[in-house]
Design a protein around this ligand. Structure first.
Ligand code: HEM
Length: 407
């Protein structure tokens, strides 16, 4: 089919390239750097050695000894991403240390100043985000080999053994599997623009298959992440300082702001993939008010600029859902529903995972410790600081309500 010069397809692929969306790894950073110019070596060394330094009780002391560095020599995007990742790990570990309640409410200026400078350059908040710990925290063991769990590793980890590796890499693999659904978006947009029902039907079915595959990849989490370690260890290090009673005011970034700031912790809720699919399918997750819509809107501010702009671009495109509704063809509606159903199914699977990795261990812990209701309420908060079950169920229900089968 001849391509219109001004088609949404063409401009969307331009936007993909321009805004750090890669044709192979999608929203993930392709081939992340592992080293920075020599002067920044101390950041990398401390971040790499983090589990050991925490174990031996030396971590905070080592961080406090670091010199104040200017970020001026970090000119390349990939260098800035690696520095943001390393400083993110250092910051989380500095605040939570052993994860035993000994919390720091002030981030020293030797870390806070360069971290906030870099965050501003990247358009990211000064806290470890999904774009750091999942999208930029990976490498292939054999560079010419495939992107499989066996051939991959992470660059930085928290205490808790292989839990970080399992959680970050499986998230990345789900992300890259689901990206094959994002690759179909230009075809969807073009089919809507050209009012080509058949092309749209094929594209939607293709998208549904990609999502089914992503759900299969998600299952790997059970083999690689231990629920107890996730709940008791990794979840603590990913926790933020927004809506968190342990830092009710937030964190004071010394030398940057005079008052503490609140930021949500790292969560796959910051992935652009699911929000892109919601927008393309016209699910309208962020159009209303309420905690779920507010949560998803807020999570966009934790994504790299380019990815946020890509979402805005998709919102400005003609609606696939409106087109399907206006045509009323049974086959087209069925293809659309297969896609929505695949997204519902992915979200249902995710809810099941949340039960295994947060709700069940929280219950077990409160039985063991006879915790107060206030403490177990804290266990029911996600790393993003949300009352997550209500939010996740609202998002899932909203997805289900988009099904057209009875219309
Ligand atoms: C041990 C595994 C996981 C747990 C315990 C978990 C937990 C959570 C929690 C509690 C939230 C609510 C937001 C917050 O407060 O952080 C959330 C949101 C979310 N998570 Fe996960 N998550 C896990 C793995 C994943 C993976 C592998 C993905 C996909 C890459 C994912 C995708 C999402 C998305 C997209 C949201 C936003 C809600 C939505 O759009 O449905 N999660 N997750």
């Amino acid at each position: 089919m001849a391509q219109d010069r001004t088609s949404p397809m063409e401009s969307s692929w331009e936007i993909l390239k321009k805004h750090h969306i890669d044709e192979d790894v999608g929203f993930a950073l392709p081939n992340p750097l592992e080293e920075l110019p020599d002067e920044y070596n101390a950041w990398i060394l401390i971040a790499k050695d983090l589990p050991e330094l925490i174990k031996t009780g030396q971590f905070r002391e080592e961080v406090e000894k670091l010199p104040m560095l200017s970020t001026d020599d970090l000119k390349e995007h990939d260098q800035q991403r690696l520095a943001h990742l390393a400083l993110g790990f250092i910051t989380m570990a500095y605040v939570w240390n052993r994860g035993d309640g000994d919390v720091r409410k002030v981030l020293p200026s030797n870390i806070a100043v360069p971290y906030c400078e870099l965050s501003e350059k990247l358009g990211l908040p000064p806290i470890l985000v999904y774009a750091d710990c999942v999208l930029a925290n990976w490498k292939k063991k054999d560079p010419s080999g495939p992107m499989t769990y066996e051939n991959m590793d992470i660059l930085f980890s928290f205490p808790g053994g292989d839990c970080s590796k399992g959680f970050f890499l499986v998230s990345l693999l789900v992300e890259t599997a689901a990206f094959s659904a994002i690759k179909v978006i230009p075809t969807v947009l073009r089919a809507v623009q050209q009012q080509d029902e058949e092309a749209l039907q094929i594209a939607l079915l293709d998208m549904a298959d990609c999502l089914k595959n992503a759900r299969e990849v998600f299952k790997k989490i059970n083999g690689y992440v231990d629920p107890n370690l996730f709940y008791k260890v990794l979840r603590i290090y990913l926790s933020g300082w927004k809506g968190n009673p342990e830092l009710p005011e937030g964190l004071l970034y010394q030398g940057v702001w005079d008052t503490p700031r609140q930021f949500s912790g790292g969560s796959a809720g910051q992935s652009s993939i699911f929000q892109c699919l919601d927008v393309v399918l016209g699910i309208g997750q962020t159009t209303g008010r309420g905690p779920a819509a507010e949560f998803l809107k807020d999570m966009r501010t934790y994504m790299p600029f380019g990815h946020q702009e890509f979402l805005s671009f998709l919102e400005s495109c003609p609606s696939a859902r409106e087109f399907v509704l206006s045509r009323g063809s049974a086959n087209l509606k069925e293809a659309y529903d297969k896609c929505v159903q695949a997204l519902v199914s992915l979200r249902n699977y995710h809810l099941g995972i949340v039960k295994i990795y947060i709700l069940d261990p929280a219950k077990k812990q409160s039985r063991e410790e006879e915790t107060t209701s206030e403490q177990s309420e804290q266990g029911n908060r996600g790393t993003g600081g949300t009352d997550f079950m209500k939010v996740l169920k609202t998002i899932r229900t909203k997805t289900m309500e988009s099904l057209l089968k009875d219309r």
